[in-house]
Design a protein around this ligand. Structure first.
Ligand SMILES: C[S@@+](CC[C@H](N)C(=O)[O-])C[C@H]1O[C@@H](n2cnc3c(N)ncnc32)[C@H](O)[C@@H]1O
Length: 331
């Protein structure tokens, strides 16, 4: 964890300070203290770093975490209503007693649950077995995945989803640009990216698993991974903090799961009907055009707005477009 890990014990609370005790002259003591302070600084810096999600996911907010950390207040409960990669729920957990990650997409939620319940060895073994550079193997996996998802959706019970969660992970690790894409029927249709589990990805998975293990121990926060549509959260306590990052109605349908302008309108109505929660809403302006969601919430006058400039490029083939991330924070 610490780049000077062998020194850490000396400078942590309860550690001892033998270097100082054995130094005879004040110059050496000075140097030792400078190293000590630098080491302590590095330790704090590393501990406060956000954890990168191992799930490459369109719309992942890893790069926005610093901004989000400023506007998400501490409280009892956080709902990450459109949780996706889980990077917000997991990294903001330190501020809450209870965190609810939610997403409508079953394979994604079961993949997250696998990370909680399975051992690191099992997770890595599945990632290794299921990710593949070979187009034929990838096509076979995608075919099985799409077929099983269709069947399980009709069965309305939880059996079989754990396996699907791992298949989804395998597809994510192997597909083009690691960017998931769906067709109109919800089938996974991204092409083979001729990639598989890499060493950096193993490091990310290991760090993610460690973070999930540490959260309940270090901050006593309970974190759960739910699979509902957002309307299920109409009866939470007043003051519940909600982060809402829905798919963007102004992005390509293959990446946004078919989220439409009508969906923006419905969500805006839900938000306005539940202003007893503290809302942090993410959306975007693409080449100057905002989503309907932003238009409605902005017009209500009930939100403060922050804009974060950055240029987004979905893949090597797509044109670069000027995108501004918009954060709306209820007053
Ligand atoms: C922009 S992504 C969220 C990205 C996430 N904040 C992150 O950092 O990875 C939007 C997510 O909303 C989910 N979603 C779409 N419709 C939903 C609904 N009605 N209720 C809950 N989640 C939904 C999608 O499956 C997708 O994962």
């Amino acid at each position: 964890m610490n780049i000077f890990s062998s020194n850490v014990a000396y400078f942590l609370p309860g550690g001892n300070y033998p270097p100082v005790a054995i130094c005879k002259n004040s110059f050496t003591i000075g140097i030792v203290w400078i190293i000590a302070i630098f080491d302590r600084f590095c330790y704090i810096w590393i501990m406060t770093e956000f954890t990168r999600t191992p799930f490459p996911y369109a719309g992942c907010k890893y790069n926005l975490l610093e901004e989000l950390d400023k506007v998400i207040p501490a409280g009892d409960t956080l709902i990450d209503m459109f949780g996706g990669s889980g990077v917000v729920a997991v990294n903001m957990a330190y501020k809450f007693k209870k965190v609810i990650y939610n997403d409508i997409m079953e394979p994604l939620v079961f993949m997250h649950r696998n990370m909680v319940v399975d051992s690191l060895e099992t997770i890595l073994q599945n990632a290794r077995d299921l990710s593949s550079k070979i187009p034929e193997k990838y096509a076979e996996l995608r075919g099985i995945y799409n077929h099983q998802v269709e069947i399980l959706k009709q069965m309305h019970h939880n059996e079989g989803w754990q396996e699907i969660g791992y298949r989804f992970f395998g597809l994510m690790l192997s597909c083009t640009n690691n960017l998931v894409r769906f067709n109109k029927k919800g089938g996974f249709n991204q092409t083979c990216g001729k990639r598989q589990l890499t060493d950096p990805k193993v490091i990310e998975i290991t760090a993610w698993k460690q973070k999930l293990t540490d959260i309940p121990k270090e901050t006593h926060t309970s974190i759960m991974f739910n699979n509902c549509s957002y309307e299920a959260y109409g009866n939470m306590d007043d003051g519940t903090v909600v982060y809402a990052d829905p798919p963007y109605s102004n992005t390509e349908a293959g990446y946004n799961g078919g989220w439409s302008v009508e969906d923006d309108v419905k969500l805006a109505r839900f938000i306005m009907d539940h202003m007893r929660y503290k809302w942090i809403v993410s959306s975007c302006a693409k080449d100057g055009n905002t989503t309907k969601l932003v238009e409605i919430l902005r017009a209500s006058g009930a939100f403060d707005e922050r804009r974060i400039d950055y240029t987004y490029k979905a893949s090597k083939k797509t044109k670069e477009s000027k995108t501004e991330e918009i954060l709306l924070v209820s007053k």
